[in-house]
Design a protein around this ligand. Structure first.
Ligand SMILES: NC(=O)c1ccc[n+]([C@@H]2O[C@H](COP(=O)([O-])OP(=O)(O)OC[C@H]3O[C@@H](n4cnc5c(N)ncnc54)[C@H](O)[C@@H]3O)[C@@H](O)[C@H]2O)c1
Length: 250
C-alpha cells in the first residue's frame, strides 16, 4: 500500500506503543519516517529493523519539552530528507493523581510533556510544512480532553489544551494548506495502562464504560492517524476524532 508515498513524517514519542506502531504503519505506506523519542535507543532498534526491510527511516533524540531538540530535529530532517509533510505529536505521559493530592511539580510536568511539547513541535514544524506546500499535523489528545473523569486533572487539562490548540493551529494555517486535527483515544492496550489492565477488576471496570465493551488496540489508533496524515483527509482540519468504542457517545 502507498497511502503516504513520497511523504516525510516525524512522529514524537515513537519508541514504543501507539507511536512506534504508527511509525511502522507509515513506513509500510511509503513514507520516510523519522522516529523521535527521549528514549532513542529503542527508536534505533525499530530503525534497524525497518531499514533491513528496505524502508527509509531515522531515529532521533527528541525530548519534546526541550526546544533545542525540536530545532535540531527539524534541521536534521530538512537537511537529510529535504522536506517535512507530516508531524504526529504523539509523545505523552499519564497521571492518575486526584486534583487535591497533585503536587505542583507533577501538574507542571504533565502539562510540559503533553501540551507544551506539542506546542513546541508545532511551532518549529510549521516553517518546514509551509515550505513543502502544506502538510498535516495530527495531535494526540484523549477522551480525557473531551469529558471529565475521576482522577488526574492534570492529564485532562493537558489533553483539553491539545484539543483547543489544534483548532487554533487549523484556523491560523488553513490558507497555507497546513491541516491540524486531534485524535481522542479511549483506553488503549499499551504500557501506559499496563498496570490498570493487568488487574482483572480494574480492566473490567474500564471495559464496562465502553459501549463496545473492550479496550482498543494500537492498530485501531494508528489507522486513524494514517487517515488524518494522508491526503485522503484533505478537506478535514480542526476536527476531533474519538477512537473510543463509543465511550464519549453516551
Ligand atoms: N494508551 C491509552 O489508553 C491512551 C489513550 C488516550 C491517549 N493516549 C495518548 O497516546 C500517546 C501515546 O501513548 P501510549 O499509550 O503509546 O503510551 P506509551 O507509554 O507506550 O508511549 C509513550 C511514549 O512517549 C514517550 N515520551 C514520554 N515523555 C516524552 C518526552 N518528554 N519526550 C519524548 N517522548 C516522550 C515515551 O518514551 C514513550 O515512547 C500519549 O500522548 C497518550 O497520552 C493513550
Amino acid at each position: 500500500m502507498n497511502r503516504l508515498l513520497n511523504k516525510v513524517a516525524l512522529i514524537s514519542g515513537a519508541a514504543k506503543g501507539i507511536g512506534e506502531h504508527t511509525a511502522r504503519l507509515f513506513a509500510n505506506e511509503g513514507a520516510s519516517v523519522i522516529i523521535g523519542d527521549k528514549n532513542v535507543d529503542r527508536c534505533k532498534k525499530t530503525v534497524t529493523e525497518l531499514t533491513e526491510q528496505g524502508y527509509s527511516c531515522s531515529a532521533l533524540t527528541l525530548d519534546v519539552t526541550k526546544e533545542t531538540d525540536w530545532i535540531n530535529a527539524i534541521s536534521y530532517i530538512t537537511s537529510n530528507y529535504k522536506k517535512l509533510d507530516i508531524l504526529v505529536n504523539n509523545a505523552g505521559i499519564y497521571s492518575t493523581i486526584p486534583i487535591e493530592e497533585t503536587p505542583l511539580d507533577d501538574f507542571n510536568n504533565v502539562i510540559s510533556v503533553n501540551l507544551t511539547g506539542l506546542f513546541l513541535g508545532t511551532k518549529h514544524s510549521i516553517p518546514a510544512l509551509r515550505k513543502a506546500g502544506g502538510g498535516s499535523i495530527v495531535n494526540m489528545s484523549s477522551t480525557a480532553g473531551l469529558v471529565g473523569n475521576i482522577g488526574s486533572g492534570a492529564y485532562g487539562a493537558s489533553k483539553g489544551g491539545v484539543r483547543s490548540f489544534t483548532k487554533y493551529t487549523a484556523v491560523q494555517h488553513a490558507m497555507e494548506n497546513i491541516r491540524a486535527n486531534s485524535i481522542h483515544p479511549g483506553p488503549i492496550d499499551t504500557d501506559m495502562l499496563a498496570d490498570k489492565l493487568a488487574n482483572l477488576e480494574s480492566r473490567a471496570a474500564s471495559e464496562s464504560k465502553v459501549p463496545m465493551g473492550r479496550v482498543g488496540t494500537i492498530d485501531e489508533v494508528a489507522m486513524a492517524i494514517l487517515f488524518l496524515a494522508s491526503d485522503e483527509s484533505s478537506y478535514i482540519t480542526g476536527a476531533e476524532l474519538a477512537i473510543d468504542g463509543g465511550l464519549t457517545a453516551r
